[in-house]
Design a protein around this ligand. Structure first.
Ligand SMILES: Nc1ncnc2c1ncn2[C@@H]1O[C@H](COP(=O)(O)OP(=O)(O)OP(=O)(O)O)[C@@H](O)[C@H]1O
Ligand SMILES: Nc1ccn([C@H]2C[C@H](O)[C@@H](COP(=O)(O)O)O2)c(=O)n1
Ligand SMILES: [Mg+2]
Length: 239
């Protein structure tokens, strides 16, 4: 399956017309206000149908936390762009120093490099359901992904969270990240507003965005997320 291909672009093309048609039947769903409508069921098959979810939101908005719950409930493979970049730094690769300096500055790593890491993980996976967390971070990320993969995501989740809450969470995170300090957080928030919000608006206009209220307990927030995925027709690991 995925393991045998050298590029995923031909795989992603195969099903997109169906998926996009479904996705365009609704606008931005603020799942804390309305129920998710029933949609025409499409069966996402293991062999040929990668199902791509982009997970967007500011630093500390809870993307990684909610992704863990989606993995647990729906069997997705979680690919965090930030985590892949941190792994690249830790492996002392040729790009490691540049990535480290970029992350310390709260800036965005060149798109082609991040996409190469994501693509490699997708090709190594036997799964067909992917959560791509923290990507695209900019219009440049988004356009480069579309060009390289020749496809768009099926679903875009956006965790909407006030800045003061995000700052509080990041400063309490305690995972030893080089960017979890107040100076870098301020820079990341500026970059988020300037570069990520245009991406959010792009998917809002395309009718693919599910805006989730990122304030509340983890379970309260997940209650808004679950119906997004249960409205699609793939098997659940656990209900
Ligand atoms: N609903 C919540 N209420 C309180 N704390 C939360 C909530 N969700 C996540 N957290 C905590 O906030 C911190 C940031 O969450 P998480 O790592 O999921 O955010 P993120 O969006 O992935 O951030 P980043 O973009 O920096 O990777 C973590 O310590 C997490 O345990
Ligand atoms: N598409 C991406 C995703 C992440 N980065 C860099 C810059 C971020 O501040 C850092 C940490 O990401 P996070 O774990 O918070 O999602 O990684 C990037 O350059 N491009
Ligand atoms: Mg994260």
């Amino acid at each position: 399956m995925w393991r045998r291909v050298t590029s995923v672009s031909h795989l992603t093309f195969a099903h997109k017309s169906t998926v996009n048609k479904n996705a365009c039947t609704f606008k931005c769903w603020e799942s804390f206000t309305t129920e998710i409508p029933r949609k025409e069921k499409t069966t996402y098959q293991r062999a040929k149908t990668p199902f791509i979810t982009f997970v967007l939101g500011g630093p500390g908005s809870g993307k990684g936390t909610q992704c863990m719950k989606i993995v647990e409930n729906f069997g997705f493979t979680h690919l965090s762009a930030g985590e892949l970049l941190r792994r690249e730094i830790a492996s002392n690769s040729a790009d490691g120093i540049m990535i480290l300096n970029t992350i310390k500055e709260g800036k965005i790593v060149p798109s082609e490099l991040t996409i190469k890491l994501i693509q490699k993980e997708m090709e190594l996976s036997d799964n067909y359901k992917f959560l791509i967390d923290g990507f695209p971070r900019s219009e440049d990320n988004r356009k480069a992904f579309e060009q390289i993969f020749g496809a768009e995501p099926d679903v875009v989740l956006f965790f909407d969270c006030p800045e003061d809450e995000m700052v509080k969470r990041v400063l309490n995170r305690n995972q030893g990240r080089v960017d979890d300090n107040i100076d870098t957080i301020k820079k990341r928030l500026k970059v988020f507003t300037a570069l990520n919000l245009p991406v959010v608006n792009h998917y809002l206009e395309k009718g693919k965005l599910y805006k989730i209220n990122g304030v509340g307990t983890v379970d309260e927030i997940y209650k808004q997320v679950h119906p997004v995925f249960s409205s699609f027709h793939f098997e659940q690991v656990r209900v």
